[in-house]
Design a protein around this ligand. Structure first.
Ligand SMILES: Nc1ncnc2c1ncn2[C@@H]1O[C@H](COP(=O)(O)OP(=O)(O)OP(=O)(O)O)[C@@H](O)[C@H]1O
Length: 796
């Protein structure tokens, strides 16, 4: 439990029932912790120019504070808002601040939405466009209040119930305001007594530049989406009318329906300039020209409008959600990382006890055995085979290896075989080299057949790259090169080798692993292998290696046919008749039947008495499966081919498609998470650029004031929070929540405490985000070009 801390301060005229700005966070900065009992002077923004005149106390209060952002404080007028429907009701259906003193009307939703529609044409545009016009002609804000209205200047003090106003949340940062923005935040000091006066003066001028204000009837003007991303946008807002017509039209306008994509239309490039190329996708939905036009979204993209996890992903406790929604599923990450580790695995050189392998072999280097060394070979820790790279059941010395150690005669090919992982010098990728020892190539044409296999690409085949002969191992060997699939096992290892007992999930006790292969898995294997056979047979070739040890299992129920092309080369017969290929293809189907039969019985010995095995299968599995096995084992006939098999499996194929689509959804969801956490990395990079740069120590623009100061304090608040006992808070959710709010630039207020504990800043995430925005970085720190590749430009 972390302490929920309320600082003791008073605000004249402020609704006592309103929550303090820091209510969003239960954490304290270290400096806040020690000051719990003392009244910390609340340092709030006061416009350096206007507020000094209107509020004498404001200037005095700045004396004892760090130089802070100048801000006017706008307070919602309870009277003015009395008859306004609460926007929370319109958006959420209810207002959770209703019982806590929210000053707005909590009548019916329909009234609220009608009011929202009406509000959409009310007065804010007048204020903004007029002020914009004046500004553009003079280059400076014409209204004395204008400066006080920038987003920068409304830094603190008034807490309002969370209402997503639109026009009022857009800041009117024009050129002059931008200058003042960059010249620092100015003084933000605000003593409680000065608050009323400054807020009173600012209230009179509330408008687009006052993010926290309910302003003069502009709070309900448009949907929340339109104000979500661009605080510096000064043009007309979605739903706003021409100022000249706003009054009458606003009354007549019917309640409009909420359209979350409405803002897209506002960003259509009127000149028909190059869009983002999204039009094609939208046309698909029948939008035609309108959709294409709407797709020409102007920059910056609305990165902040990210969506919550989709409903088919299980619900989590809110506290865990932020961490879980932002990172890969732990199991998935673990598996991917282990695969990466396997890819990087290496062995020590022979002089340090590693295997005696050539440093370079053709265009490959860094050879690592994928099987345990044979009995005579050096082994032990010095061998350096990385744990986890090789399944311990795969021919471990003394473990009566299931599939034979490196250099044992292959049960399939007859030659002594070795498998190595190696890196290709040409493309830097990992491949598997399968070496058959003592093979002498008799016919050059034989090795040429590998070229035909190279051209076959299928998701259920381990792609063949090339084959070459070599004497690098001190003998005459042939090497076949395949794609590397890290941490894959074979069907033999998976289903025909006893697995060590596993701890039970509930009791933790070791329990024997059930070996029986589920029928669904068998259908899945059948479908995948049928599909690959269709592809191979259609190319006029035959697999010739449908064996449990030659089918790789590269993921859950995901199989790939391995070692293709080897038999074509080592069993090449120049005198073979033209019908030979048909025979090989028929054998493929029979071998597929034998494979499924042996997987059903979890043993290769089941093939020695097929009728008995089929009887066993009839008791354990469905008649459908047994019939397919029988069909596969039948003698060849004109109607027995792989296409016919495909038809037999058609309903199972549709099941397979469903699981593949489900898995695809899962992966896409994982990708979306990565997309979102990428945003936070960009944000952290900005922090890294700005915070505590030693070379700018004495640069007045880089002094510990204004933007940089706020960003620094925010960094402390996010990363250096402590609990009530002073212990560092290590809570990823706290960091993620805060960084996300910052990235979205929400108007929620937080209280930052200076390191010397002398002052507090009440700022919104939006204000902090403006400080860390690209414009600051561009102008002060790095040239534009390099920043552009880093983030979208901050201004349209
Ligand atoms: N393309 C590949 N990608 C990743 N790992 C592979 C690949 N091919 C083989 N392996 C791994 O190498 C190990 C050895 O494969 P191999 O085909 O030699 O098995 P085996 O049972 O020893 O067969 P054989 O009896 O023919 O020697 C397998 O367990 C497998 O995990």
């Amino acid at each position: 439990m972390y302490q929920h801390h309320h600082h003791s301060y008073t605000q004249p005229g402020h609704q006592p029932s309103q929550a303090p700005p820091s209510s969003s966070s239960p954490y304290l900065q270290s400096s806040q912790r020690t000051r719990l009992s003392s009244a910390i002077p609340i340092v709030a923004p006061s416009s350096a120019s206007s507020n000094a005149a209107t509020s004498p106390t404001a200037s005095s209060s700045t004396a004892n504070s760090t130089s802070l952002a100048s801000s006017s404080v706008i307070q919602a007028s309870a009277n003015a808002s009395e008859k306004k429907p609460c926007r929370n009701v319109a958006i959420y259906g209810r207002c959770k601040y209703e019982s806590e003193g929210c000053p707005f009307d909590h009548g019916s939703t329909s009234i609220s939405s009608a009011a929202a529609g009406k509000g959409a044409s009310l007065s804010s545009p007048v204020t903004s466009s007029v002020s914009k016009a004046k500004t553009s002609s003079t280059g400076t804000p014409s209204s004395p209040l204008k400066g006080a209205l920038s987003a920068r200047n409304a830094a603190a003090a008034v807490f309002v119930p969370k209402v997503a106003s639109s026009a009022t949340q857009r800041s009117t940062v024009d050129d002059a305001a931008e200058k003042s923005l960059l010249s620092g935040m100015g003084e933000m000091a605000l003593n409680p007594p000065t608050f009323a006066s400054s807020s009173a003066s600012a209230l009179a001028a509330s408008g687009r530049g006052t993010p926290t204000s309910f302003g003069t009837g502009t709070a309900y003007e448009s949907d929340g989406m339109s104000n979500a991303f661009d605080p510096t946008y000064t043009g007309p807002l979605p739903g706003q009318q021409d100022p000249g017509h706003s009054g009458s039209q606003g009354i007549l306008q019917p309640a409009r329906h909420f359209n979350p994509y409405e803002h897209m239309a506002d960003y259509v490039d009127p000149g028909g300039g190059p869009g983002l190329g999204l039009g094609g996708g939208l046309e698909y939905y029948g939008g035609g020209a309108v959709a294409t036009a709407a797709a020409k979204v102007r920059q910056p993209l609305q990165y902040h409008l990210y969506a919550p996890p989709l409903p088919h992903v299980s619900n989590l406790h809110p506290h865990h959600l932020s961490a879980h929604a932002f990172f890969l599923d732990p199991n998935q990450r673990d598996e991917l990382q282990r695969k990466q580790e396997a890819m990087h695995a290496s062995v020590p050189p022979p002089e340090l006890g590693g295997p005696n392998l050539p440093e370079e072999l053709h265009v490959y280097h860094s050879l690592v055995p994928l099987e345990h060394p044979g009995a005579g070979a050096p082994s032990g820790p010095g061998m350096g085979l990385p744990a986890g790279l090789i399944d311990p059941r795969m021919g471990a010395p003394g473990a009566n290896g299931a599939t034979g150690a490196s250099g044992d005669p292959s049960k399939v090919f007859g030659y002594r075989s070795h498998s190595y992982k190696a890196i290709c010098t040409l493309d830097g990728k990992r491949y598997v080299l399968r070496r058959l020892e003592g093979f002498r190539l008799q016919h050059e044409t034989a090795i040429g057949l590998v070229e035909r296999w190279r051209r076959i690409r299928h998701p259920s085949i381990v792609s063949v790259r090339e084959a070459f002969t070599t004497r690098a191992f001190g003998d005459q060997s042939i090497v076949f090169v395949y794609d590397y699939h890290p941490l894959s096992t074979t069907l033999y290892a998976e289903h025909m080798t006893p697995k060590p007992p596993q701890p039970d999930r509930r009791t933790g006790r070791l329990q024997a692993v059930q070996m029986q292969t589920p029928e669904k898995v068998l259908w899945s294997y059948l479908c995948q292998l049928t599909s690959v056979l269709r592809c191979i047979h259609a190319s006029g070739m035959a697999a010739r290696c449908i064996e449990p040890s030659k089918i790789l299992r590269t993921g859950k129920n995901r199989v790939r046919l391995n070692c293709c092309s080897i038999f074509d080369v080592i069993a090449y017969d120049p005198r073979a008749p033209a019908s030979a290929m048909q025979t090989y293809q028929d054998e493929d189907l029979v071998n597929l039947g034998k494979l499924i039969l042996s997987l059903c019985c979890n043993s290769m010995t089941s093939l020695q008495n097929i009728p008995k095995s089929l009887e066993t299968i009839g008791r354990t599995y469905s008649a459908d499966l047994k019939n397919v096995i029988l069909w596969l084992l039948n003698k060849p006939s004109s109607s027995k081919n792989v296409d016919e098999l495909g038809r037999l499996l058609s309903t199972r194929v549709s099941d397979e498609l469903d699981s593949a689509l489900n898995y695809n959804d899962l992966l896409e969801n994982s990708l979306m998470r990565e997309l979102e956490n990428g945003r936070l990395v960009r944000l952290l990079c900005k922090f890294g650029f700005i915070n505590e740069r030693p070379e700018f120590d004495h640069d007045p623009r880089w002094a510990e004031t204004g933007d940089r100061y706020i960003i620094k304090l925010f960094r402390d608040y996010v990363f250096h929070a402590v609990d009530e006992a002073g212990r560092p808070v290590v809570d990823l959710s706290h960091i993620l929540t805060n960084l996300n709010k910052l990235d979205a630039g929400v108007d929620e207020k937080i209280m930052l405490t200076s390191r010397d504990e002398q002052s507090c800043l009440v700022v919104s995430y939006r204000e902090v985000s403006l400080g860390s925005s690209g414009s600051l970085l561009q102008q002060i720190l790095i040239p534009r070009d390099s920043f552009d590749s880093f983030s979208p430009p901050p201004h349209p």
